[in-house]
Design a protein around this ligand. Structure first.
Ligand code: PGA
Length: 252
């Protein structure tokens, strides 16, 4: 059985005090005591260790970085390595988010290196894929996703691929208030699982967690999460308010 996961991507939001308060409001809430859902929080780099310190004793909550550098160490001013992230107490790292692909020119080559170095440092990549609105409107969305999977992830061995979490995030839905319908989400998640099945076989494709991301909120989470191949969500805007985020965690 695939574990349900709700991951909150705080992006470039919250001071340290605000982030710790939000975290406390989430885990101390009597409404957030479910053990069948893994909650992952992705604060900014500089808040990672403070948040990770708080999750140590709770097996149902973990911490993710929002990015990592593609090389192991060296003279790269301002960058953060996978090893540093691991040493700060995070277990997960988001890689390939469309905002980083767009604003930081992250190429396929770079993303391959990031996945490899994350795995080498025993971090679980939450790898984001998603078509843009042109691809969706010209009916090229399946092809786009197929290439993203193949180009950035299918070099991995079956063992390493099995360690990943995939986040399907249609670019047109991120931060726009426009959510994929449950029909669109299920269709794509099922397609992703089928592509994985073709490459790695049934066991791996059935075991891999595929999250939906893009304007997921307390109003639409239940319907999205009820889809057979949707194992949870990667949540941006709605992860910044404890009651909204908790309500999404309770939407299975
Ligand atoms: P959103 O962001 O929930 O604000 O659309 C999702 C994401 O970027 O992961």
């Amino acid at each position: 059985m695939r574990r349900k996961i709700v991951a909150g991507n705080w992006k470039m939001n919250k001071s340290l005090a605000q982030g710790l308060q939000l975290f406390d409001d989430i885990i101390n809430s009597p409404d957030h005591q479910q053990t069948n859902v893994l909650t992952i929080i992705a604060p900014s780099f500089i808040h990672l260790s403070a948040v990770a310190e708080k999750v140590k004793t709770n097996p149902n909550i973990a911490v993710a970085a929002q990015n990592c550098h593609h090389l192991s160490s060296g003279a790269y001013t301002g960058e953060v390595s996978a090893e540093m992230i691991k040493s700060a107490g995070a277990e997960y790292v988001i890689i390939g988010h469309s905002e980083r692909r767009l604003y930081n020119n992250e190429t396929i080559d770079l993303l391959i290196q990031k996945v490899n170095i994350a795995l080498k440092n025993k971090l679980t990549p939450i790898f984001c894929i998603g078509e843009n609105s042109d691809e969706r409107h010209s009916n090229k969305h399946l092809e786009a996703i197929k290439f993203q999977l193949k180009d950035t992830l299918f070099h991995l061995s079956a063992i390493d691929f099995g360690k990943l979490i995939i986040a399907y995030e249609p670019v047109w839905a991120i931060g726009t208030g426009v959510t994929a319908t449950s029909h669109q989400a299920q269709g794509m998640h099922n397609f992703i699982r089928a592509e994985i099945n073709k490459k790695y076989g049934k066991e791996i494709s059935e075991q891999i967690t595929i999250l939906y991301g893009g304007s997921c909120n307390p109003q639409n989470a239940k319907e999205l999460f009820s889809c057979l191949d949707v194992d949870g969500g990667l949540i941006g805007g709605s992860s910044l308010k404890a009651t909204d985020f908790i309500s999404i965690c309770n939407s299975f």
